[in-house]
Write a new protein. Sequence first.
Length: 164
Amino acid sequence: MKILVPVESEKIASAQIDFIINHKWPDDLAFHLIYAIEPIFSGGSDDSDVDLRNQMSVWNKKIGLKVLGDVAHQLRQAFQNADILETVDTDHASEVILDIAEDWKADLIVIGAHGRKPSARVHISSVSNAVLCYADCAVIVVRPAKTIMHVQSSSDVQNSSALL
């Protein structure tokens, strides 16, 4: 089974890894991990602007390689016989994911989602929504667990008010 795992951040990747590790899979597993770096556009064309964009691209690639390396390491520990590919690409995330899924003939995409409020989704393009709508294979959307603060007593409420 070929599973495509687009990775965006450590927090979301953690939820994806938890789902993958705790799910029962067939023995013949292959993973393709993707980190997509959105193109950096600018209104200017002077050299300092180009240098800054190049520095940001190098920095983003380093982040992508680190995140992918961490995810690959965890998957290799859990699935020792699985083939694991890692790709960092500079293009729009939804396009990268859909193109690789089609070319690699993925059986499943396990994609993370931020879980933004519905009102924010109207204004923010959602990669997971695009993948859900246009992928030729099954898609599972995984969200990170919400952090919940547990209050034990009224004094805890007073003490925690400084944190809010």
